[in-house]
Design a protein around this ligand. Structure first.
Ligand SMILES: CC(=O)SCCNC(=O)CCNC(=O)[C@H](O)C(C)(C)COP(=O)(O)OP(=O)(O)OC[C@H]1O[C@@H](n2cnc3c(N)ncnc32)[C@H](O)[C@@H]1OP(=O)(O)O
Length: 226
């Protein structure tokens, strides 16, 4: 099996590790997470240190790295890890849980996480660095930009367009042909019937733009940290 290092040992990291194991393609040699003590065990895998270790691991022959830090409205930490991995020369594979169902013609970049029970319909195009979280359904012809997160249980109907760095909160529905432009956040449980412009915070049923979405704001603290 190919040797791989996981960057991020939090809750999302545990989901990613579980899916990596389900695919039986990679041997996980350790976790890099500067926020945890060296030697901490996460899902049975040892934390080796921070991502400063990446160049040394690459020299030792570990050439696969996975972005396993989650994003709740701010994709910047994932983007930074992506750029660091690319800078050192790592290959960043897509991690697709074995329970996900993908149409034969789905296209995607690299570094995406496709979680348990996700369904991707015909002709779906996915960028790079996205999270399609547990049980999300992405219908035919939908296009999703880089570093966007579709949270658990959301449904994107046919031919939806989603820009880059978007967060779609859990349990949301976006009806067919709607466009959500870049850098916007859709709150949990929203019903998106009309286009959402860029850099907007929108929520509700039907979803309304309620303000500017500021990526620097820590939305993970809203209504309890996930
Ligand atoms: C595996 C995982 O766990 S992945 C992570 C999944 N979790 C998420 O995606 C969380 C998504 N976050 C949300 O939905 C948040 O509520 C946000 C980001 C939309 C809003 O957060 P904040 O701006 O901090 O709003 P705040 O919590 O202060 O609420 C402000 C008002 O908006 C309302 N509101 C907030 N979110 C929503 C929503 N999703 N739908 C309807 N109303 C909402 C609140 O009830 C409140 O109304 P009030 O003033 O009448 O009491």
């Amino acid at each position: 099996m190919k040797k791989l290092v996981v960057i991020g040992g939090g809750g999302h990291g545990e989901s990613v590790i579980d899916s990596i194991r389900s695919a039986k393609e990679f041997d996980i040699i350790g976790i890099l997470d500067a926020g945890k003590s060296v030697g901490t065990i996460v899902s049975g895998i040892r934390v080796l240190g921070g991502d400063v270790l990446l160049p040394e691991l690459f020299k030792q022959g570990i050439h696969y790295g996975v972005i396993a830090v989650g994003s709740m409205g701010n994709p910047q930490p994932r983007i930074q890890i992506y750029e660091t991995l690319k800078g050192v020369g790592f290959v960043i594979p897509n991690i697709i849980d074995k329970s996900a169902v993908l149409s034969h013609d789905v296209q995607m970049g690299e570094g995406n996480f496709i979680g348990k029970g996700v369904i991707l319909g015909a002709g779906v195009i996915l960028g790079t660095g996205c999270i399609l979280n547990t049980g999300s359904i992405i219908e035919h012809g939908t296009i999703i930009g880089d570093f966007t997160h579709v949270a658990p249980g959301s449904v994107l109907c046919g031919n939806v367009r989603v820009g880059e760095h978007v967060h779609i909160g859990p349990g949301s529905t976006v009806i067919q042909n709607v466009t959500i432009k870049s850098n916007s956040l859709i709150g949990a449980g929203s019903l998106v019937l009309r286009d959402i412009s860029s850099n907007k915070l929108a929520y509700g049923s039907p979803a309304r733009e309620v303000g500017i979405y500021e990526q620097s704001h820590d939305y993970s603290r809203s209504r309890g940290k996930s």
